[in-house]
Design a protein around this ligand. Structure first.
Ligand code: HMG
Ligand code: MG
Length: 300
């Protein structure tokens, strides 16, 4: 029989991953309304925004305002690729910071203009300072399965990068299928290995849904003992420097599946669907509203 947890934590990444690659400018007030609606749905952990170069990712240029003006609910992450980003995040009042590095060197160069080793080396003193300040650190591990430039990634390279981050003091690892290429067997194998090799760190799975295997990958990861998932309301998302990748797995789909399995998330799927309606008019990407229609005018 399946091994399933009683509870799963959903980390909503819609306001960050969901909007960073959006072609249309999204107003700060619309982002705040989206964040507010997601908080109203019971989301307790969320990636709000990124402190990155506005020249590289214009959509995140309002990061300071988003942190300052959003309601403080649960754990709120902001992304920072380097010392400058971390410093700006702290100045804006962030208590939890997510750094991001790719296992694949080529992807990392395209994403943050440094090799993987250079990025980690530069982050080491930043981690030391953040730890002294009591900041919770999430390390996002990109291209943990496949890279759009280098192809298949070896498990031992993912494990090595994760171990380095844990040794530096990461509180959480969010391990990502950046371009949505993983299959359930690969997901199970990687997360089972990471659980065995790093039993004392919070482990989260982050699946993009390019090939529509993200739900299957989540089910496989549950079998490997994972009980934390990054998801994005409306299935929005994608990294501007990972060509071909589509959105993240949709929060409403994941919560609905977990609900139906009797796994508690504390998230109200109907209200997530309402949050999707809040952001839908402001993004150019079509959103699959099948789940919304299911709950609209229904007692389900
Ligand atoms: P660079 O050009 O090498 O930066 O870019 P630099 O250090 O040479 O500095 C150049 C200028 O940028 C300077 O300003 C710096 O002050 C400024 P100037 O003197 O020219 O006026 N700068 C910054 N400004 C604001 N915030 C900062 C910052 N750092 C330097 N933090 C850099 C390097 C990292 C800045 C750039 O490559 C960048 O911003 N990249 C961000 C890429 C990104 O956001 N990608 C998406 C997020 S990751 C993701 O989506 C994957 C994930 O979802 C997991 C998965 O699915 O895989 C997490
Ligand atoms: Mg992502």
């Amino acid at each position: 029989m399946f091994i399933l947890p009683n509870n799963v934590t959903i980390i909503e990444v819609g306001p960050r991953d969901g909007l960073q690659n959006e072609k249309k400018h999204v107003e700060e007030s619309d982002k705040l309304a989206f964040i507010d609606a997601l908080q109203g749905a019971g989301i307790q952990e969320m990636e709000l925004t990124s402190f990155v170069s506005p020249k590289w990712v214009p959509q995140m240029a309002d990061a300071k305002m988003i942190v300052e003006k959003s309601k403080k609910v649960g754990r709120q992450f902001v992304l920072a690729p380097n010392e400058k980003g971390a410093q700006l995040a702290i100045e804006a009042g962030a208590h939890s910071i997510a750094v991001f590095v790719g296992v694949s060197n080529t992807f990392n160069m395209k994403n943050i203009n440094r090799s993987t080793d250079e990025s980690i080396d530069a982050l080491e003193p930043v981690f030391a300072k953040l730890k002294m300040d009591g900041i919770f650190i999430r390390a996002c591990i990109s291209t943990a399965f496949y890279c759009p430039y280098e192809g298949k990634i070896e498990i031992q390279n993912v494990v090595a990068l994760c171990k380095r981050f844990v040794a530096m003091g990461a509180d959480e690892l969010s391990v990502a299928d950046t371009i949505g290429m993983a299959n359930p067997r690969e997901s199970y194998e990687l997360f089972k290995t990471l659980k065995e090799e790093l039993p004392d760190v919070l482990l989260t799975a982050h699946f993009h849904d390019t090939r529509k295997m993200a739900m299957a990958n989540i089910f496989a990861s549950l079998q490997a003992g994972i009980d934390r998932f990054d998801t994005s309301a409306g299935g929005l998302g994608g990294c501007p420097f990972a060509p071909g990748a589509t959105g993240n797995v949709a929060t409403e789909d994941v919560v609905n599946m977990l609900d139906s399995l009797g796994i508690k998330t504390g998230v109200d799927v109907k209200k997530v669907c309402e949050a999707v309606q809040v952001i839908a008019p402001h993004v150019s990407r079509p959103i699959d509203t099948a789940m919304y229609s299911l709950f609209e005018n229904s007692q389900l």
